[in-house]
Design a protein around this ligand. Structure first.
Ligand code: 2AM
Length: 175
């Protein structure tokens, strides 16, 4: 039969405190368009891999085992409306060095495994809503401080109600 594949990505996953802070910001926006991302789906993508043969998942986990993420803080301080993908997101004006470094090492690592990661520069963002087509004014927001203590490998599945994410592995930061 055809080898089975999963749609995978590496990500930062928020804890309860961060989710609450994001929900406060989102609530204050009073958004009247688009599809809000369900709170259990909120995340920051580090590296999108696309469809991966299931037998390669162990290689990705072994790669993550070899990488160390230093504890740091990501500060989401802007609201941005990305017109082309029609998403409303929170972004970080500054990428913490340990996160930038991790993304580079992940990219290099997956290339060695034969993946072709997208070349676009890493722009950390947390998507709040999709299908946001009418213009939203971009602005600074009350910063959401996100202590980064681990990263995860996530499997994405789609059904009629949207995306369902399953965390396949979690790698705590070194201290
Ligand atoms: P987004 O939030 O900006 O849409 C799972 O699909 C995650 O991977 C999403 O959070 C999505 O980011 C991200 N992603 C990055 N590149 C992607 C691509 N080419 N196709 C689908 N998702 C992508």
């Amino acid at each position: 039969g055809t080898p089975s594949k999963s749609r995978l990505f590496f990500a930062l996953w928020p804890d309860e405190t961060v989710i609450e802070a994001v929900e406060r910001v989102r609530g204050e926006l009073g958004l009247d368009q688009g599809r809000p991302v369900p709170e259990e789906n909120l995340h920051i993508t580090l590296l999108f891999l696309g469809d991966v043969p299931d037998e390669a998942i162990d290689d990705l986990k072994a790669l993550a085992d070899r990488l160390a993420l230093a504890p740091c803080e990501i500060v989401l301080d802007r609201l941005e409306h990305w017109v082309r993908p029609a998403v409303l997101c929170l972004t970080a004006s500054e990428v913490p060095e340990p996160v930038a470094e991790l993304v580079n090492l992940l990219k290099r690592g997956v290339r060695k495994l034969g993946f072709k990661p997208e070349k676009c520069p890493f722009r950390p963002h947390l998507t709040l809503a999709r299908k946001v087509r009418r213009r939203v004014v971009e602005r600074r927001i009350e910063p959401v401080r996100w202590p980064v203590r681990d990263f995860v490998l996530v499997k994405s599945e789609r059904d009629d109600r949207g995306s369902r994410y399953t965390i396949l592995g979690r790698w705590p930061s070194s201290r």
